[in-house]
Design a binder for this molecule. Sequence first.
Ligand SMILES: C[S@@+](CC[C@H](N)C(=O)[O-])C[C@H]1O[C@@H](n2cnc3c(N)ncnc32)[C@H](O)[C@@H]1O
Length: 260
Amino acid sequence: MSQPKGYVDPKYLQIIGNQLNHIKQRSYALMQIQPGHKVLDLGCGPGTDTLPLAAMVGVNGQVIGADYDEVMIAEAEQRAEQTGVNAWVRHQCVDAMSLPLATDYFDSCRSERLFQHLPNPALALAEMTRVTKPSGWVVVADTDWGSLSTDSDEADIERRLARFLAESSLHNGYSGRKLYRLFKQQNLADISFEVFPVATPSYALARQGTQAERIEQEALKAGVITAKELHRWQTSLEQADSEGVYFCSVNVMMFAGRKH
Ligand SMILES: C[S@@+](CC[C@H](N)C(=O)[O-])C[C@H]1O[C@@H](n2cnc3c(N)ncnc32)[C@H](O)[C@@H]1O
């Protein structure tokens, strides 16, 4: 079976999740979680966040993790069982744009790096808002892939590849910058926003985090770059890496708003 646009596996999410722990912690704080709360993690992946959320709400609370990938859900369920929180944590296979969940149910909802994958992110935020209780917090963090920048003398190739990643390899690659508009459209109150730069001098980690191998091959196939340009691009990065001067960054944006 072919994989959906921008597919990532549980191992990738674990490696990247470790780099983004400060962003995760900040999203939990913005949710204003109390023991006994009911919380939703939409696009939960393999349960990277549902398990820490389970510890925060405690045995009298409830955590629901929702993701449309059966492999992620199976992994998340297994982790919940191993951690001993499965009595109050449930992972469900659902489409983020149509949630089979009750209206005004959750004290707070979060979603991290999901919206970039969605053909209709407005619908997902409307669903998150619907299932949140009045006065509850909705928190969404996502990447603005338009801000991806890599130091290289091959600036033209760099821009073409970054643009291809944002516009063609994902449904909603500029997601981060679009969240403010979406939050306003949902009429959320007390909207706040924060921008988190994610930067690395590790060529290996950046290649993994940006799925460079796949993007470069897709860009080549789409005629965005030629084989010669790809070779020049990779050579320039490998040289920077060998000289210890490789550097790459991208921004993640986080928005929080309260349901009226
Ligand atoms: C980049 S991962 C982020 C996972 C997790 N939030 C984290 O921070 O590690 C995006 C997740 O969104 C899920 N996803 C993509 N499209 C979805 C959809 N339409 N409905 C539900 N989940 C979706 C993917 O299966 C994947 O687990």
